[in-house]
Design a protein around this ligand. Structure first.
Ligand code: LLP
Length: 432
């Protein structure tokens, strides 16, 4: 469910015509629906109500301060992967004491910063990391709360670049080794073993890999919890969303039919997992990113040119792979719709950006209505891993971001002024 839909011929985000925003703030433009963010957070939170649980939003998916504040205001907390993300949480008014800190390469400075801020738990990914955390905690005369990330050796059946729970991946510590690791970690005096964590991958669209992983790891959790008085078990994130058909998936009727189909909903997820998790008697943490932010955002772009080559119909737009890299990087599908509905035949089109690489495309041979210069298009489901993965490649400024709430809207991030791109760069003295 989300809050982007056509009203008459115009695409709306909640109570605001998207075209109004594009005209006022220019393109490329990210637009987020606060109601969708809220609805998705609450759907998951409520489905898990039978458990003592905490939803830690994986802010790597969308770290705009207004998005973070929306989640914090709902009682959510955050899964962070760098000191920078933790500083963003603090800047957004979130509570570091409810955050977990993941990642395979935490630096000494990052560990110290997180310890000083009272992080809820480090999710440690290796024994050298545990030793490093212990050493820094000792220096600061603190006890560091840690969970070890278990790699359950379960295939999530998702894109190779975002699967994490098999032994081919750099993440976590192999299931078979975990007991020994906890035994050794328990001897490190400045660690407090607080939990166990896992994450099998992202954009997982079935409940079965989650179930398989929880079933496999539960006996281990039980045993470790008893021995080391663990407080929580984090089952990670990874809940997949509907990318196709993205727009139709905003309607109630679509979801009613989806409930019967093989589509992952928070309720199905909870129905399968709660009975497995409840008997553990632990606090359950979740780290969803995409499920909360993915369908809550779109990227609006303007058609610059249409170029027919005989073989192809290229729709050249003002957004590019620097704004949204997912199609280029993961062959990801994003539905593309015009802001003003168009009648007439569909034309197979390649929607491409202006960057000097053939990989800079949003869609290939996609049936689209006939569009021309100045037409506005929306790339749907761009709220997760969209703006956060953007770059200044080709000296293109980062897009502006808007948050919509009912009929209200406001700039949540200003369009980056071009000169900001090289702020910090210098022409070194001997060149002058
Ligand atoms: N927890 C951990 C330890 C993770 O590594 C991730 C995502 C999450 C939670 C959140 O996963 P989610 O609920 O959003 O699926 N850039 C890629 C996705 C990378 C995911 C990285 N880790 C994309 O655009 O598809």
């Amino acid at each position: 469910m989300h809050d982007f839909r056509y009203v008459g011929k115009k695409l709306f985000c909640e109570g605001v015509a998207v075209e109004t925003l594009a005209k006022k703030f220019g393109t490329p433009l990210y637009i987020y629906s606060q109601r969708t963010l809220t609805d998705h957070f609450q759907k998951l939170d409520r489905a898990l109500a039978p458990l003592d649980h905490l939803v830690c939003f994986a802010m790597k998916s969308n770290s705009n301060l207004s998005v973070l504040r929306t989640i914090a205001n709902l009682g959510g907390s955050f899964d962070v992967v760098s000191a920078g993300e933790l500083q963003r949480v603090i800047a957004a008014g979130g509570d570091p004491r409810k955050c977990v800190f993941a990642g395979v390469a935490k630096t000494e400075a990052e560990i110290e910063f997180a310890l000083r801020k009272g992080i809820y738990s480090f999710n440690a990914e290796s024994e050298p990391e545990l030793q490093r955390i212990n050493k820094i905690a000792a220096r600061l005369k603190k006890f560091a709360p840690v969970a070890v990330r278990v790699n359950p050796g379960v295939d999530a059946y998702t894109h190779a670049k975002i699967t994490t729970g098999t032994y081919e991946n750099k993440f976590g510590i192999a299931f078979e080794k975990i007991e020994g690791v906890y035994a050794r970690a328990s001897k490190l005096k400045n660690l407090r073993l607080r939990g166990l964590q896992m994450h099998i991958g992202s954009q997982v669209t079935k409940t079965s890999p989650f179930e398989e992983a929880v079933k496999k790891v539960s006996p281990l959790v039980r045993q470790l919890a008893e021995k080391f008085e663990l407080e929580f078990f984090s089952i990670g994130g990874g809940l997949g969303i509907v990318y196709e058909p993205a727009l139709a998936s905003g309607s109630n009727s679509w979801w009613k039919s989806a409930a019967a189909k093989n589509i992952l909903t928070p309720q199905k997820y909870a129905d399968r997992l709660v009975p497995l998790l409840k008997p553990l008697g632990l606090k359950i943490l979740l780290e969803p990113g995409r499920f909360i932010s993915g369908n809550a955002g779109i990227l609006v772009t303007r058609v610059e040119f249409v170029k027919r080559t005989g073989k192809k119909n290229f729709v050249i737009v003002d957004a590019a792979m620097n704004d949204l890299i997912r199609p280029a990087f993961y062959d990801a599908y994003h539905e593309i719709v015009p802001l003003t509905k168009k009648a007439g035949a569909m034309i197979a089109s390649d929607v491409v950006g202006g960057i000097c690489e053939s990989g800079d495309y949003f869609a290939k041979d996609r049936p689209l209505p006939k569009v021309g210069e100045g037409d506005l298009l929306a790339l749907m489901s761009a709220g997760a891993y969209g703006s956060v993965q953007s770059s200044n490649y080709n000296a293109r400024p980062l897009a502006a971001e808007i948050l919509v709430n009912g009929k209200k809207y406001a700039v949540a991030r200003e369009r980056q002024p071009v000169k900001e791109i090289w702020r910090g760069e210098k022409i070194v003295a001997w060149l002058k």
